[in-house]
Design a protein around this ligand. Sequence first.
Ligand code: CIR
Length: 335
Amino acid sequence: MRCRELDPRGFLLRTTMFRTVRGRWRDVDKVSDTPQAIDVALAGGARHRLNLADLENAEEVCAASPGYRRSLVALVREVSPRLAACELTHIARQSIDYERAYFQHAAYVDLLACLGCAVRPLRPAPDLPDSVFVEDTAVVLDELAIVTRPGAVSRRAETTTVDPVLREYRPVRVVTAPGTLDGGDVLVAGKRIFIGLSSRSNQAAVEQVRCWVEPAGYQVHTVAVAGCLHLKSAATEVGDRLLLVNPAWVDPAAFAGLGVIEVDPDEPQAANALRVGDAVIFPTAFSATRRRLETAGVVIHGIDLSELAKAEGAVTCCSLVFLKASAATRTPPPA
Ligand code: CIR
């Protein structure tokens, strides 16, 4: 059985040589999924079982299914009242309105939930100014999670509350000295992992990561970044094999084989977008780049994180989004 056509609006399956199942996800009444199958009940009463083991392109079908999105976890942490004392590297310090940042972050968390993520709040860390930026504390792959050793000394304690939570979902490896790594420097695109060599992440950490991930079939590439905090300030994934890139901060040639959409030159900060299932969370501040993305067919959900941007944060930084089930407990797609 092969899913012949699939987009966020609908699916078309040839279940046998003689029968075609057609549907629109918006007609779906209920979806329940297990590692083996997705059960779809349509509003009209029809029911379909998609056995993942029978599908040649199970990953693709899962990625478009609302049930799949419900199986995503988003780790978040509320904004520290000390946010104004955050680390800053490439922007000047401005006054930060804590309440405004708090409510912008709350809207972001709501959006993650609306997009189907099971939101898991981490224990608040009010004494750690940058603790809302949980992305930097870990990298979660399907097979394992890596707890980082952040480059800024003031941020190292953030990882202690993340480590035990990740152990509920994945085997965990921990970056050790002299390695330093911020999750914001790690861009995963399929089985390729790009690590930015920035002021926060170093070669020693890259070598540790390489040892852990290569046995799981990943290739690690280092990438030079200049002019911005992290690799993901300069490049993020907005679709399968499709990146949004600011070419002034990272050379797009580093991503050979992947499609690239460039940010509008007047919006250098716009390269940070957060992919959640088949949608992308993107700052409302960057309308010209948004038009470029929508022209390319990317489905955008806008969010205003302008107060967190004053702390050099953006949309990927405020969460760790990953599949609840690890690769070890899911049925792999047929080879
Ligand atoms: C820092 O400098 O560490 C924080 N003020 C901002 C971290 C943003 N994180 C990210 O882009 N992944």
